[in-house]
Write a new protein. Structure first.
Length: 250
């Protein structure tokens, strides 16, 4: 049977029975009127090929790109990578979720990545629906754990158990609320002893292969935090014992 797509291009599809051809033609004409027509050849690309195109089009930071690519390669491509987009159903997504035996938070991140890829495929008119959004798919549970700070005895024990040159890291984390990467990225010029503040301007990020780079703090937001007198005293003592050293990173 010959028919025309919304762009006016003539297409052809073969059927065994006339009734099937008529039903297909009616569906095509109705989809064209509704604006929901999909090319019969759409969705033939493999999930892996489309996901790689999607990943390359993102404006992720290099670290987010690397982490997303790793999650897809290790946990998604083995199950979905060889399948065409049009072959992946809600039951396929459910099978993927069952195969992922890991922390619920990590499963949720992977599911979010996969769902974003299918949403992009819908926008690109590759498929009609996102299988991740089907009601039959049991999404990873969202859990919010209450953050409980360490007791002061734990902090003191950790501080005292470290070699002397590294103890300041515990003090900066507990006394200033700095993240690990921000502790490693702190420079002497970021500390204003006179005003009693610390400027958090950078962090050290770790890429694959233990490659270290400087980057902005989380969310690309710098901030100013108060410098308690007890932290300032230990910082001064630390710098007197272990003078500053220049570090060059990308």
């Amino acid at each position: 049977m010959n028919y025309r797509d919304p762009e006016g291009r003539q297409r052809r599809k073969t059927f065994r029975r006339k009734a099937e051809a008529v039903a297909f033609r009616n569906t095509v004409e109705a989809d064209k009127l509704r604006g929901t027509y999909l090319d019969v050849d759409a969705g033939r690309i493999s999930f892996r090929a489309y996901a790689e195109e999607w990943l390359d089009s993102r404006t992720f930071s290099p670290l987010t790109y690397e982490a997303t690519e790793l999650r897809l390669r290790l946990h998604v491509f083995p199950t979905l990578g060889h399948l065409e987009l049009r072959q992946i159903k809600p039951s396929t997504i459910q099978k993927l979720l069952r195969s992922m035996e890991m922390a619920e938070t990590y499963r949720r991140v992977i599911f979010s990545n996969v769902s974003a890829i299918f949403s992009a495929a819908v926008d690109d008119d590759m498929i009609a629906k996102n299988p991740c959004k089907a009601s039959s798919v049991t999404r990873p549970a969202t859990s919010r754990r209450k953050v409980v700070p360490w007791p002061s005895e734990w902090v003191s024990s950790m501080h005292d158990a470290l070699p002397p040159q590294y103890r300041i890291a515990v003090t900066l984390g507990s006394g200033l609320g700095l993240r690990q990467g921000e502790v490693f990225g702190l420079a002497v010029e970021d500390i204003d002893f006179l005003r009693g503040v610390v400027e958090v301007r950078r962090q050290v990020k770790v890429f694959g292969g233990n490659r270290l780079v400087f980057g902005l703090p989380k969310g690309d937001k710098t901030r100013t935090v108060p410098l308690p007198e007890s932290v300032a005293t230990e910082l001064s003592s630390h710098l007197a014992t272990y003078p500053r050293r220049s570090v060059t990173l990308p």
